[in-house]
Write a protein that binds this ligand. Structure first.
Ligand SMILES: NC(=O)c1ccc[n+]([C@@H]2O[C@H](COP(=O)([O-])OP(=O)(O)OC[C@H]3O[C@@H](n4cnc5c(N)ncnc54)[C@H](O)[C@@H]3O)[C@@H](O)[C@H]2O)c1
Length: 458
């Protein structure tokens, strides 16, 4: 298939929408990214990414001739071949995914749609089973009320990118999944992704094609299977992390080293090394939300997803392991000064959604500790989102360490591998570190007198 330029509208310009829009524009499609948040659009119009994502600013620059940012779906939609819905689907209190933002976009599309040429509406947001059909119903109802007949198809196209490696994952995915009921939707999505499926594009110099990368599989299925694939993928990855964390708890007790255990099992190709790092568990906008949502879906069918539920329980228990380790080492936390290294839920992002740092800090404050924090990227977001949290913000790790009784490494930022631990140790009242990600070299720290407390290590 020859690459054909399509007119694409992306609705929702967050982590998924911005990355998808910028990548598709780089690949040669004409893209308009729409968001209701005016601040986001005005920053993007200045060429400034509104999320922290490696390579984003550079790729926006390269793609600028094909890329427009707008507040108005009405202005963006005429002549569009595809509208991609990439708005948030947060958890409701009962665990179900809240798809009201998706429904609002569907209503808007139904209110605007006017063309005879077929439009493909793509659900890229992570949505519960039946959402493709739901979007179709909402658009149809709106068209009926307007007494307008239009040709449109809804397809499901779940997203698998990881924050921090979002552009890389978009340009060089393992697979692309599309769920559809009409061959027309499948054909247009095939055209949309052709440059990626065939890898016909020149890779950006700053995000090169990985060595030995093979073209991705194009998985064509029905919408329900596509929707379930996304939940199954995230539940499996979440379970893998909780699995190794559960073994980490046992490893500590029996005198094994979980890093070596993970290596020993992960080299088995049937298991694989990815997502086998023991630590403080997952965070972010997806694993917690999606595992809860699929458990909720199952419950609607009177079915219990025991493995998924246990993975959730193990994950949130894991966050408190850092606090328990501090209590064992310091005995009394009240009045202690604890320094937190890293706030974002993982490195290379400023995203704080469901970040372990928040639960750990809250618990430490509740137990009477004084908490100091440093994060190379996520501090402004933290200050905005947790205005009332009584923490002291530090400009670097050295300032943070002054008079600390203990440090907790929560996020494995690359910069933390370059810390001068000798200098840090001289600043501290007591040389205790909880390495919540098994990230720093324990031998080096122990040599200079640190009480090094890793996860799942003795
Ligand atoms: N973040 C990830 O790593 C990731 C990975 C895979 C899938 N997903 C899924 O993708 C979806 C989006 O996630 P995200 O992290 O990009 O969310 P996000 O919160 O970063 O971005 C969503 C954006 O949608 C905008 N928006 C909301 N309603 C709108 C409307 N009616 N019209 C226009 N814009 C609107 C918001 O202003 C926001 O900027 C979610 O369903 C999520 O589960 C996320």
């Amino acid at each position: 298939m020859v690459n054909k330029q399509l007119k694409v509208v992306i609705v929702g310009t967050g982590y998924v929408g911005l990355t998808t829009g910028v990548c598709l524009a780089y690949l040669g499609h004409r893209v308009t990214c729409v968001d209701v948040n005016e601040k986001i659009i005005s920053e993007l119009n200045k060429g400034k990414p509104t999320i922290h994502e490696p390579g984003m600013e550079e790729l926006m620059m390269l793609a600028r001739n094909n890329l427009v940012f707008s507040f108005s779906l009405k202005e963006a939609m005429p002549e569009a071949d595809i509208v991609v819905i990439a708005v948030g689907t947060p958890s409701k209190n009962n665990g179900d995914a809240d798809i009201s933002a998706v429904e609002r976009v569907a209503e808007e599309i139904g209110a605007i749609l006017n063309s005879d040429s077929p439009l493909v509406i793509v659900n890229k947001s992570t949505v519960p089973i039946g959402s493709a059909r739901r979007v179709e119903t909402v658009v149809k109802a709106k068209l009926e009320r307007r007494n307008v007949e239009c040709n449109f198809f809804v397809a499901s196209n779940p997203e698998f990118l990881r924050e921090g490696a979002a552009i890389r994952d978009t340009l060089y995915p393992d697979r692309i999944v599309v769920g559809f009921e009409s061959a027309q939707a499948f054909n247009i999505l095939g055209q949309l992704y052709n440059p990626i499926l065939k890898q016909t594009f020149e890779p950006p110099a700053f995000i090169p094609r990985p060595a030995e990368y093979k073209c991705p599989s194009f998985i064509a299925t029905n919408p329900t299977s596509a929707e379930l694939i996304k939940y199954a993928a995230n539940s499996f990855l979440a379970m893998k992390i909780s699995f190794i964390n559960e073994f980490a708890g046992l490893a500590e007790r029996v005198g094994a080293d979980i890093k070596e255990v993970a290596q020993g099992i992960g080299l088995d190709k049937r298991i694989g090394l990815d997502y086998l790092q023991a630590g403080l568990g997952w965070g972010g906008s997806c694993f917690g939300k999606d595992t809860r949502a699929i458990s909720y879906t199952a419950s609607q069918y009177g079915y219990k997803m025991e493995l998924v539920q246990s993975s959730i329980d193990v994950n949130y228990r894991q966050r408190m392991v850092a606090v328990e380790k501090l209590q064992r080492a310091l005995k009394v936390l009240r009045g202690s000064i604890i320094g937190i290294l890293g706030l974002s839920f993982k490195p290379n992002t400023d995203d704080l959604r469901d970040a372990p740092s928040v639960d750990i800090i809250n618990k430490l404050i509740e137990l009477g500790a004084r908490v100091r924090v440093f994060d190379p990227v996520a501090m402004p977001n933290f200050q905005r989102q947790y205005k009332n949290m009584a923490v002291e913000y530090c400009e670097d790790v050295i300032t943070l360490s002054i008079d600390c009784d203990a440090l907790v490494l929560v996020t494995e930022w690359h910069d933390f591998a370059k810390i001068d631990w000798g200098l840090i140790s001289r600043n501290m009242r007591q040389k205790i570190i909880v390495d919540g990600r098994n990230f720093v070299k324990n031998e080096e720290l122990e040599k200079i007198g640190f009480n090094y407390l890793g996860m799942g290590r003795f």
